[in-house]
Design a binder for this molecule. Sequence first.
Ligand code: NAD
Ligand code: DAU
Length: 354
Amino acid sequence: MILVTGGAGFIGSNFVIDWLAQSDEPIINLDKLTYAGNLQNLASLEGDSRHVFVRGDIGDAGLVARLLAEHRPRAVLNFAAESHVDRSIHGPEDFIQTNIVGTFHLLEAVRAYWNTLEAEARTAFRFLHVSTDEVYGSLEKDAPAFTETHRYEPNSPYSASKAASDHLVRAYHHTYGLPVLTTNCSNNYGPYHFPEKLIPLVIHNALAGKPLPVYGDGQQIRDWLYVKDHCSAIRRVLEAGRPGETYNIGGWNEKPNIEIVHTVCARLDELQPKADGSSYATQIAFVKDRPGHDRRYAIDASKIERELGWRPAETFDTGIRKTVRWYLANQDWVGAVTSGSYRAWVGKHYEAGQ
Ligand code: NAD
Ligand code: DAU
């Protein structure tokens, strides 16, 4: 079996669902259930004995050690993190605790467990760390896209904390020989994306008749990848990645934020037109910029294609259509998240610390 952390969040829950759709290998899912963890994302797995959910902190070395000893996974995949840049600007402490200190404790528990394995299992074991393109900092307009050897230049407390965790993971390979893999991915979008992030926020606000906040001039560029493609890339890296290596994952799809917002509005105009016939784009509102806002990210994903044969299956056009349709069809999920009622699931479905 495998152990994933942060499997009740956006990417982690998509990963768990996709994994169990393709394989019968069980998953232990360790998640603290912060505001970003939502058990409703995993509702389709209720009663599925292949999925064992445990509420807990990656920084709780005793708990992690017990889980590893009991379940003896062949791999640990670390999705757990504080992930929202704006929150890291308002309050960086949780980012330091989870992304740096938490990853350190997780690595220590994994290292101790790995040392107990027989030679063959030790060689086959993998620790896969899910990271971000933001560790590389901001690119000039015409600069080449980030490769895996690009210098680390994180600019926000979030990206600095992820960069620190990447360095720890690297050090555990270099110093202790732990068979690690690190992935650095661009902006994901798709089902179960918390509506504090740009695309789900725009969909939600548009339907609610609220302003669509675009930071600064809206010309910041991101590379966008459909979340299911990120999950397939992670599965491929786990399967065939070389220990100690890092792999950039991206969608070959650089776009300015304002174009993303216009595209979402156009899809909504098509799928759920406003009663008065106007476009959702009339709700766009330019607002104060994010402090230290990185201007451009771009991922060169040629290494993972060359070495592991992975390329995204979705274009932005197909991915955003699926995403907008998903949000329109899952307004109950959005309502539970935006009202806060999703938190009630924690008590209802699982005992704390189980
Ligand atoms: P998310 O915020 O939606 O989910 C994070 C999950 O981790 C939540 O379920 C939360 O409860 C859990 N968690 C937080 N602190 C924890 C702790 N101390 N112990 C155990 N669980 C904890 O994040 P996401 O967008 O799904 O991102 C997942 C990972 O992918 C993160 O490491 C993030 O840095 C990385 N990443 C995200 C993106 C993106 O576009 N969202 C892109 C590249 C990389
Ligand atoms: O690049 C990968 C990263 O992508 C991940 O590591 C992060 O975990 C993930 O949150 C995401 O970070 P961003 O800061 O790029 O995502 P966000 O959705 O917050 O913002 C996307 C862009 O849109 C960014 O340039 C800021 C801008 N923005 C965001 C919001 C929430 C707006 O213009 N208005 C908004 O209301």
